[in-house]
Write a new protein. Structure first.
Length: 391
């Protein structure tokens, strides 16, 4: 710090005195001003053009309702807002209680709100730069089709690139060409693997005899159709399974069998491998589940989750899970790990993997031994009577 001299002190003191005098004169001038009364500041604001920026963000020319069903089973009613022919944003339609199915059944207003963050931003995918805008075929696969769909020997698999999938290039095709190519491949597959010659080929390719016998000599039984996640909304939840059944028409054409003996394709259920969905359904029934009315969750006094994740999955239905908490219901989660739903539960039961069935068999034994069940309800509304032997 520099030392203070007498000359320096006088300079600073003199400047301060001048400043105080100037402020005193300014204060006298301010006291002579009349007060300004502005009841509504927005009426006198000099520039309000900035407000239009926010109005334009939500301006739209038209809107339309639709069902958001990309890959799930919720079928949420949404509304898209359009400006200059482009969908600008998506919101909930809040009409779950006003719509009916073909039989006149309707949900309730408690189904609202619907939708999820992915559904709210679907327009980004629709207009995304990497979206598919036309059919595309693998170059090698197209060459195989153009050569008449010959049976694929090891040499031909190599020639047409069937052993190097992921490295082949794609070529553009029209929709009519795509339909024709797909139909031709289905016919060729059914012809190649039908009859005794088809069985021989399957055995030579390494398939187990039990699997080959299950085809019944129908090449259509070698076709596996899956309700792929990206196609569920386009084809409907069971569109691919219905298409699989339609292959019976092709079998009738190829083998010449009567309609009652024609066989369709195979269903390949993606639910079978989704542990947080309902894998038991395809194991037992052969098809994925059509989810029940989740509205009943809100009426439960005890909610037990096993392999279900209503925190991260089934987002349109998760508010029913929240309402269980709001109504004071008890929540139990059975899971090996401290999962997201376990964090919201009153009781977390950590079991070893693959022991949940043993846990519930033990609970069932206690309920039966102690008589802690409603016999009339069990007989009328469950399939438990079918499990009782009558011999």
């Amino acid at each position: 710090m520099a030392p203070i001299t007498r000359r320096g002190f006088l300079k600073v003191a003199g400047g301060s005195a001048v400043g105080v005098a100037a402020l005193g004169q300014a204060g006298l001038a301010l006291r002579r001003l009349a007060p300004v009364s502005i009841p509504n500041p927005l009426e006198r604001y000099p520039d309000r053009d900035w407000e239009q920026v926010y109005r334009d963000q939500y301006r739209y020319d038209s809107s339309f309702p639709y069902v958001c069903s990309p890959n799930d089973t919720h079928a949420c009613r949404m509304r898209a807002f359009v400006r200059n022919g482009v969908v600008m944003r998506i919101e909930q339609n809040y009409d779950a209680g006003r719509i009916k199915d073909a039989l006149g059944n309707s949900t309730t207003a408690h189904w609202n709100p619907r939708g999820c963050p992915k559904g709210m931003t679907m327009q980004r995918r629709i207009y995304g730069p990497y979206r598919l805008r036309y059919p595309m075929l693998r170059k090698g696969w197209k060459a195989w089709a153009d050569d008449g769909y010959p049976f694929l020997t090891p040499e031909l698999r190599e020639r047409y690139g069937f052993t190097s999938r992921g490295t082949d290039t794609f070529v553009r095709a029209s929709w009519e060409e795509a339909y024709r190519y797909v139909a031709g491949a289905l016919v060729a597959t059914a012809e190649h693997y039908s009859g005794e010659e088809g069985k021989r080929r399957l055995l030579e390719e390494g398939y187990a005899p039990e699997m080959v016998d299950a085809t019944g000599g129908a090449g259509t039984r070698t076709m596996k159709f899956r309700g792929g996640m990206g196609l569920l909304g386009v084809l409907g939840k069971y569109g691919m399974y219905r298409f699989s059944n339609l292959m019976a028409l092709l079998d009738h054409h190829v083998r010449g069998v009567p309609p009652e003996e024609a066989l369709g394709g195979r269903n390949w259920s993606n639910y079978t491998w989704h542990g947080d969905q309902a894998p038991g359904f395809p194991f037992v029934h052969g098809l994925q589940a059509s989810d029940v009315d989740f509205n009943e969750l809100r009426n439960a006094r005890l909610h037990i989750q096993v392999g279900k994740n209503l925190v991260e999955n089934k987002m349109p239905e998760s508010h029913f899970f929240h309402e269980v908490m709001e109504r004071g219901g008890k929540i139990v989660t059975v899971a090996p790990e401290y999962s997201p739903p376990a964090t919201k539960s009153d009781y977390w039961i950590p079991v070893r993997p693959q022991t949940d069935a043993a846990l519930f068999l033990g609970i069932a034994r206690i309920l039966i031994d102690e008589g802690w069940y409603d016999e009339d309800f069990v007989k009328r509304f469950t399939d438990l009577p079918l499990l009782v032997r009558t011999d």
